[in-house]
Design a protein around this ligand. Structure first.
Ligand code: SF4
Length: 56
């Protein structure tokens, strides 16, 4: 039945595909605080651990 697939689609968020590192709360001045990457391209494709910045 298709309902399992639909349920998985809701659980696995794909929002990160539309985002860039620079929009991620873990991104700070070229560095990813989550993975401890440095020299990241701010315009690069976000990863599945993308976390939207909270609006202040
Ligand atoms: S999208 Fe992923 S790699 Fe990029 S800053 Fe966020 S957590 Fe790090």
């Amino acid at each position: 039945m298709g309902s399992l697939k639909n349920a998985l689609r809701r659980v696995i968020k794909t929002d990160f595909l539309k985002n860039k590192h620079e929009d991620c709360a873990n991104f700070d001045d070229g560095t990813c605080k989550f993975f401890h990457f440095t020299n990241l391209d701010p315009k690069g494709q976000a990863c599945p651990h993308f976390k939207a910045k909270e609006k202040t």
